[in-house]
Design a protein around this ligand. Structure first.
Ligand SMILES: C[S@@+](CC[C@H](N)C(=O)[O-])C[C@H]1O[C@@H](n2cnc3c(N)ncnc32)[C@H](O)[C@@H]1O
Ligand code: SF4
Length: 418
């Protein structure tokens, strides 16, 4: 497998150079002229820790959360004041952890961001089902949140049991949702759990769409090397068949697939913190992606606070892209929406997509992975399966390695990914 990633990287980046992340970072982030910039804020606190979850999180306690919020506001000041005047940004997303545990502070964080940024498309926030109460939703709405995504994982007791999730009051959650109106209510599910059949998935999807959701995300279960899986993995062939049946069912119902794993009930409601061309990340483990660099903050809450108290950026690792590396990054994340626009690539790089990757586009069309429509390359059903397969592989070879290191060392020296 190592040989395959090596080959793919060398071929696509047209260079022998690996992805090399180092602890040398810029004190000044050059985002001033960046277009289509999104914002992300990470809140790393949870009521209890789920064994399957790879994200950066720690158990909630009020003192630690208060100190974290103070540091977060300072990080916003440090980064925000690098630009003169207010910068237009597309959107703001809060992820975690469980950001609703600090619901009373969300307004302060948004106000601080609004001092430096003009948020054009709305504000999203991730919720644990047990946080979905009328009171919390009303606090979030007043703070300016317009989109929510709820980590249901499954409505089925057997699936919740294998994931180690305690009983959740879904009826209470539905009542709370019916009392609050958000532009997008998305619900997250995990598929490829033991015993999961297409009928079980259909029932979950209908339960979501009949009880307040207008958008869903169905993520394949990812078995990170540092998480605890307490159940057998679904064989790849069965997973593929389930994915095909799921997509077919959603299409028959008229739900619109708006990215590899997400479907919108009406085609309008969207929830995605992943598909921005560029973004600034605030908080522990948050990443920043700009034209020439990718950087990640430390995963260690205490060391994050200490860095900020010294008025220094909490950056742990930075990758300075070669142009081709940035192209691969751009194409990989844009393809997540199942559509790559040739003009969009052209205006980002000032180079033609066809000149840079003509052979790959030709081969992908020959294999039936993509089709061309006007200026767009659209992923076919077959292509989306291979993308999904590749994304899984990428997550285990790249993200897993980086997160495993970052969980063990607050500020590692370097990381080389081949
Ligand atoms: C940070 S969590 C969601 C927010 C909230 N803390 C919760 O648990 O509901 C984001 C989503 O990632 C997905 N997720 C977590 N671990 C996963 C894994 N190992 N494989 C696939 N998806 C996973 C879940 O669907 C989850 O809802
Ligand atoms: S799944 Fe959600 S609640 Fe569970 S540990 Fe991860 S972030 Fe926390």
């Amino acid at each position: 497998m190592g040989f395959l990633t090596d080959f793919a990287r060398i071929w696509l980046t047209r260079s022998l150079k690996p992805f090399r992340f180092t602890n040398v970072y810029d004190d000044f982030l050059p985002y001033q002229d960046t277009e289509k910039l999104g914002l992300y804020v990470h809140i790393p606190f949870c009521e209890s820790i789920c064994g399957f979850c790879p994200y950066c999180k720690t158990l909630y306690n009020k003192d630690a959360a208060d100190r974290y919020i103070d540091a977060l506001l300072q990080e916003i000041d440090i980064v925000g004041s690098m630009n003169q005047g207010k910068k237009d940004v597309t959107s703001l997303y809060f992820g975690g952890g469980s950001p609703a545990l600090v619901a009373d502070n969300i307004q302060r964080i948004i106000s601080r961001l609004r001092k430096y940024f003009i948020i054009e498309e709305g504000i999203g926030l991730e919720l644990h089902p047990q946080d979905v109460t009328e009171k919390t939703l009303s606090v979030l709405k007043q703070a300016g949140v317009t989109k929510i995504s709820i980590g249901i994982q499954s409505f089925q007791r057997e699936s919740l049991d294998v994931l180690g999730r305690k009983n959740v009051d879904f009826e209470g959650m539905f009542r709370a949702l019916s009392a609050a109106a958000f532009e997008t209510v998305s619900m997250d599910f995990i598929f490829a759990l033991p015993g999961q059949t297409i009928d079980i998935l259909k029932a979950d999807i209908e339960m979501a769409f009949n009880n307040g959701a207008n958008h869903i995300a169905v993520y394949p279960f990812i078995d990170f090397t540092f998480t605890k899986r307490r159940f057998p993995k679904m064989p790849e062939g069965q997973k593929k068949s389930l994915l095909y049946q799921l997509v077919k069912y959603c299409e028959e119902q008229g739900y619109i697939r708006d990215s590899i794993w997400t479907f919108s009930k009406d085609g309008i409601s969207k929830y995605s913190s992943m598909t921005r061309e560029n973004f600034l990340g605030f908080g522990c483990s948050a990443t920043t992606l700009l034209k020439d660099q990718f950087k990640t903050n430390t995963f260690d809450v205490q060391r994050y606070i200490e860095r900020i108290e010294k008025r220094k950026l909490p950056t742990a690792l930075t990758l300075k892209f070669t142009v081709r590396q940035r192209m691969v990054y751009y194409l990989f994340w844009t393809a997540y929406t199942m559509r790559v626009n040739s003009g969009g690539f052209n205006s980002f790089f000032d180079l033609s997509l066809e000149n840079c990757y003509g052979l790959e586009l030709w081969a992908a069309r020959l294999f039936g992975w993509i089709r061309k429509q006007d200026d767009d390359y659209i992923m076919t059903m077959r292509g989306s399966y291979y993308y999904h397969y590749f994304e899984h592989f990428y997550t285990l070879s790249y993200i897993d390695r980086m997160w495993r290191l970052m969980r063990n060392e607050a500020f590692p020296k370097s990381l080389t990914i081949r």
